[in-house]
Design a protein around this ligand. Structure first.
Ligand SMILES: NC(=O)c1ccc[n+]([C@@H]2O[C@H](COP(=O)([O-])OP(=O)(O)OC[C@H]3O[C@@H](n4cnc5c(N)ncnc54)[C@H](O)[C@@H]3O)[C@@H](O)[C@H]2O)c1
Length: 335
C-alpha cells in the first residue's frame, strides 16, 4: 500500500538513503530539512522538498500536511560538540522535535519512527548494550535523545500515536558530510587522509565501537514503520563487529592507499565514553536484521566515494557557546 511519508533530515546522510529506499518501495515522500548539515544534492529528485527548520511551527504544519507516516531523522547530531553548544543543540533537536510532534498529532499522523542514538546508554558496566539497560547519557545531545524517547510513549498513551524507536550506532558510508569536523570518526579520518594528512585520534585510540555501513542500516529503519512487532519498541540496530579506533584508522589508511601516514594523537575529548557498542539481537528477531557488509568492505566503498569527492575544507563554527575545555583541534580549527 502506498503511503504519504515525511522524512525529516532527508537531505542528510542517513535520511537521504532512507528516502531513496521509501521511493523505491513506491511511497510518496516529502523531505523537510534546514540544510544545516545536509545538502540539496542528496535529495531524491522524486521527493517533495521543503527547506525549513523544525523549530518553526509553520514549517512543521506544512511538512505533515496530508502525511500518514513520519520518519524523524533531523538533528544536529554532533554528540561530542553538544557539550560546547548545549543551547543550540536543545533548540534544534528537542524543541524541533516537540514542534514536529505537536503538528503530527494535530494533523492525524498515524505512525512516527524516531531515530534515537546509542548515546542514550552512555557509560554502562554491561556490554554489549541492550535495550533494557538504563539511560545514562553523558552529554546534552544524548540527554535530548533520551527525553524524546520518553515523550513518545506518552503521546501513544494519550493520542494513540504509533511509534517505533530505532537506535543506530556509528553509521558511515557514502554521502556523509565530509566538511563536518565534529562528528563521524571515519569521515573525518578519510577527509584528512584525502588531503594527505594523518588521521587525528582523541585519546590513545583504544576506545571501542562497532561501525555500521549505511546500507546495512536504513532499510531496517524503513521496515520499522511497517512491522507491527516493532510498534512501541526501542530497537538497537547496527554492526556487532567491535573494533578499536586505532584499527579503524589503520583500515582507513589501507583503503585510502596511504599506509605511509601514521595517526597522530590528541588529548581525550571531555566526557567521551570509552567502550560503546550494542547487541542487535532484538533487531534480528523483530526486523530480520542482518549485517552484510564487513567493516573493511564498507570502508573500501566509502573510500572510493571520498576519493571522487576530493578533500573538503572542514567547516568550523565561528563561536562555540562554551570554549573552556574545548578540544584544541576545534579551537585552532585544524584542517
Ligand atoms: N550517523 C550516525 O552514526 C548516527 C548514529 C545514531 C543516531 N543517528 C541519528 O540519525 C539521524 C540522522 O543522522 P545523520 O548521520 O544522517 O546526520 P545528518 O547531519 O547527515 O542529517 C541530519 C539532517 O537534519 C537536518 N537538520 C538538523 N537540524 C534540523 C532542524 N532543526 N530542522 C530541520 N532540519 C534539520 C540537517 O541539515 C541534516 O540534513 C540523526 O537524528 C542522528 O542523531 C545517527
Amino acid at each position: 500500500m502506498k503511503h504519504s511519508i515525511l522524512v525529516t533530515g532527508g537531505a542528510g546522510f542517513m535520511g537521504s538513503h532512507l528516502v531513496d529506499q521509501l521511493i523505491r518501495e513506491g511511497h510518496d515522500v516529502t523531505v523537510v530539512d534546514n540544510l544545516s548539515g545536509g545538502s540539496l544534492s542528496n535529495v531524491n529528485r522524486n521527493a517533495h522538498f521543503i527547506r525549513g527548520d523544525l523549530q518553526d511551527a509553520k514549517v512543521c504544519r506544512k511538512a505533515v500536511s496530508g502525511v500518514d507516516m513520519v520518519y524523524h531523522l533531523a538533528a544536529h547530531a554532533a554528540e561530542g560538540q553538544s557539550i560546547f553548544c548545549p543551547v543550540y543543540n536543545a533548540k534544534s533537536n528537542y524543541i524541533g522535535f516537540l514542534q514536529l510532534i505537536e503538528a503530527a498529532i494535530n494533523s492525524g499522523v498515524k505512525m512516527f519512527v524516531h531515530t534515537s542514538s546509542m548515546s542514550v546508554y552512555g557509560r554502562q558496566e554491561k556490554m554489549p548494550m541492550r535495550e533494557e539497560q538504563h539511560y545514562n547519557p553523558k552529554d546534552p545531545y544524548a540527554v535530548g535523545k533520551a527525553a524524546i524517547e520518553q515523550i513518545l510513549p506518552i503521546y501513544h498513551d494519550v493520542f494513540g500515536l504509533n511509534y517505533s524507536i530505532l537506535i543506530p550506532h556509528n553509521v558511515y558510508g557514502e554521502r556523509q558530510n565530509l566538511q563536518d569536523p565534529y562528528r563521524n570518526a571515519i569521515a573525518i579520518f578519510m577527509n584528512r587522509v584525502a588531503a594527505g594528512k594523518p588521521p587525528i585520534i582523541f585519546g590513545d585510540g583504544t576506545q571501542t565501537r562497532a561501525f555500521t555501513y549505511v546500507r546495512d542500516c536504513t532499510p531496517y529503519i524503513a521496515k520499522a514503520g511497517f512491522a507491527r512487532e516493532a510498534f512501541g519498541e526501542r530497537i538497537n540496530i547496527g554492526s556487532e563487529e567491535v573494533v578499536t579506533l586505532n584499527e579503524v584508522a589503520r583500515i582507513v589508511l589501507e583503503e585510502m592507499a596511504r599506509t605511509d601516514l601514521k595517526p597522530i594523537y590528541a588529548p581525550p575529548r571531555p566526557s567521551e565514553v570509552k567502550h560503546s557498542y550494542c547487541s542487535s539481537e532484538k533487531a534480528r528477531r523483530i526486523l530480520d536484521y542482518k549485517t552484510t557488509t564487513p567493516l573493511k568492505v564498507g570502508i573500501h566503498n566509502m573510500a572510493e566515494w571520498v576519493k571522487k569527492q576530493g578533500p573538503q575544507k572542514f567547516r568550523y563554527w565561528k563561536n562555540l557557546e562554551i570554549t573552556k575545555k574545548a578540544p584544541e583541534v576545534w579551537t585552532k580549527r585544524m584542517q
